[in-house]
Design a protein around this ligand. Structure first.
Ligand code: NDP
Length: 281
């Protein structure tokens, strides 16, 4: 019988996860299928209740359900609870368990790109779900200091207060959204993580955000990753490159968060190169 995996979201038509996972199943000769499920918010409890009767083997979860699914699961891993977002559901000992693979997915993508995370000084731009996952993932990967900056200072301060206990040895701080303060933070930064949604489709706020970030203050060897991968070359990455800094797009994080979910579900290594090719197609 064909095993069914899938992703819960709304809307879901844009998701690249089905192409990525179905390519992986085909590569490994696994009789399985990964299906996009368009689930409106009010139907999420019914969708979660259907996982067992429909024998769904594993799920990804995307907007707008990443936080709302938490109380519907039997158990949620501590890092996903701290982040406040689940993007992967797996079965364990009869329980439905939620985890967040965005956090380790970002670290894996950065390590693959040759970015040193041990003892790194990082600046995270944004204070939403992706920023929270980034902070926890980078802290787990050994970052020494993580400065968080958001257009609403109170949100950055809240993030720091809430996530410091989960961040262990990494020292978190909130930086005021003001050019001089951002420039001082960037001068001590090895890595900038653009974790806002402003650059999605390079929407109305993208140009302003790109101009607000003092990339020329970064040390010469610093790298800038934009978690947004549509477009791959966002206005923020263009601005970073114009300032002579290394830019990394968000496709690697998308790949690795999917690969970690795949490995959790199937207990075997994900075929990274065919999955990457599926995302790039
Ligand atoms: P959220 O909606 O939770 O958070 C969005 C954040 O962006 C908020 O802090 C918001 O600030 C900020 N923001 C939005 N517009 C602007 C702007 N014009 N200027 C400054 N800040 C702005 O979204 P997520 O955190 O879940 O996701 C953010 C992006 O990360 C998504 O667009 C997604 O594409 C990407 N992502 C990529 C992944 C990958 O695998 N590569 C994985 C997960 C996410 P405010 O609260 O003030 O509105």
């Amino acid at each position: 019988m064909t095993d069914i995996y899938g992703i819960l979201g709304h809307p879901i038509g844009h998701s690249r996860s089905p192409a990525m996972h179905n390519r992986a199943f085909a590569e490994l000769g696994i009789d399985a299928m990964y299906v996009p499920f368009a689930v409106p918010p009010e139907r999420l409890p019914q969708a979660v209740a259907a996982i067992r009767p429909l024998a769904l083997c594993g799920l990804n979860v995307t907007l707008p359900h990443k936080s709302a699914i938490i109380p519907l699961l039997d158990r949620v891993e501590p890092d996903a609870l701290a982040i406040g977002a689940v993007n992967t559901v797996y079965h364990e000992a009869g329980q439905l368990v939620g985890m967040n693979t965005d956090a380790p997915g970002l670290s894996r993508a950065l390590v693959e790109a040759g970015v040193q995370l041990t003892a790194a000084n990082v600046s995270v731009v944004g204070a939403g779900g992706a920023a929270r996952a980034s902070v926890v993932g980078l802290a787990r990967a050994g970052a020494a200091r993580i400065a968080v900056m958001a257009r609403r200072n109170a949100e950055a301060e809240r993030l720091v207060k809430e996530l410091q206990p989960a961040a262990g040895q990494a020292v978190l701080s909130a930086v005021p959204w003001e050019y001089g303060a951002l420039a001082r933070a960037f001068a001590a930064t090895n890595l900038v993580v653009q974790a806002t949604s402003a650059t999605l489709d390079d929407g109305p706020g993208a140009a302003e955000l790109a101009a607000s970030l003092p990339f020329t203050s970064l040390p010469a060897q610093a790298a800038v990753i934009d978690l947004v991968y549509r477009p791959r070359e966002t206005l923020v990455l263009k601005a970073a490159r114009a300032a002579g800094k290394r830019g990394i797009d968000g496709l690697g994080m998308l790949l690795h968060q999917g690969a970690i979910a795949f490995e959790k579900w199937l207990g075997r290594r994900a075929p990274l190169e065919v999955m990457r090719a599926a995302l790039e197609a």
